[in-house]
Design a protein around this ligand. Structure first.
Ligand SMILES: *[C@@H]1O[C@H](CO)[C@@H](O)[C@H](O)[C@H]1NC(C)=O
Ligand SMILES: *[C@@H]1O[C@H](CO)[C@@H](O)[C@H](O)[C@H]1NC(C)=O
Length: 205
């Protein structure tokens, strides 16, 4: 019985692993891809840098202008740095630009969960006529910057997470289970159910 529970937790933690969307900076004045849809609450976005750029959050109405309290990578990520942030409200479209003067005007922008009216193309069109404002402070806001080892691990596929050792998997399952929000609890329940189904499938083999 204990083994079954442990197996269930193992699968639950694999199912719970956050989804990470990769965005590459460049080559050229682009974020690639420049528009991400179906990003869910709790999903992460990892921006893989090449030197000479940054990423800052604006509103749709004021492209290329740093939004008060917005997400910011800091002014000069190095080649190979990865800036990771979490999407906390999937119903709110998010808009980003490179605050290096001229880059936003050239179309260097990123949309998360755009709508049919407010598209990345509409943002870029308005951005071409806008002036840039950079964040006042050099500090990283709303995310973390590192060498990418964390982002690469988080985004490993569910099947490779599932084959990780049972001890570390049950540890992360219990920490996920105490995470709290009601949305989190729904995801835990869904994960457990998926785990039961997956465990059943494993026993059937
Ligand atoms: C999420 O975004 C929507 C759309 O902008 C907004 O109406 C809602 O209040 C936001 N929810 C939270 C919890 O901030
Ligand atoms: C993101 O990029 C890293 C490094 O190239 C890779 O290991 C990882 O699998 C990618 N994740 C996704 C979801 O594509």
């Amino acid at each position: 019985m204990y083994a079954l529970a442990a197996t269930t937790l193992l699968f639950a933690s694999a199912v719970l692993a956050d989804h990470t969307f990769n965005v590459t900076v460049g080559p050229g004045l682009v974020f690639n891809p420049n528009s991400l849809s179906d990003v869910a609450e709790g999903d992460k976005v990892a921006v893989w840098f090449g030197a000479g750029h940054d990423i800052a959050q604006s509103t749709f109405a004021e492209p290329c202008q740093y939004m008060d309290g917005g997400i910011y990578s800091g002014p000069s990520p190095k080649d190979g740095d990865v800036f990771t942030f979490e999407v906390t409200n999937a119903s709110a479209p998010m808009w980003f630009y490179c605050s290096v003067p001229g880059h936003c005007q050239a179309g260097m922008a990123l949309a998360i969960n755009p709508t049919t009216d407010r598209t990345i193309e509409a943002y870029q069109q308005a951005a071409a006529q806008a002036s840039t404002t950079q964040p006042q402070s050099d500090s990283v806001q709303g995310g973390t910057i590192g060498d990418g080892s964390e982002a690469a691990t988080e985004s490993s596929s569910p099947s490779s997470s599932a084959s990780a050792s049972a001890t570390s998997a049950s540890g992360s399952a219990s920490s996920s289970a105490t995470a709290g929000s009601s949305a989190g609890q729904v995801r835990v329940a869904a994960g457990l159910m998926a785990g039961v189904v997956a465990a059943g499938a494993a026993f059937a083999l």
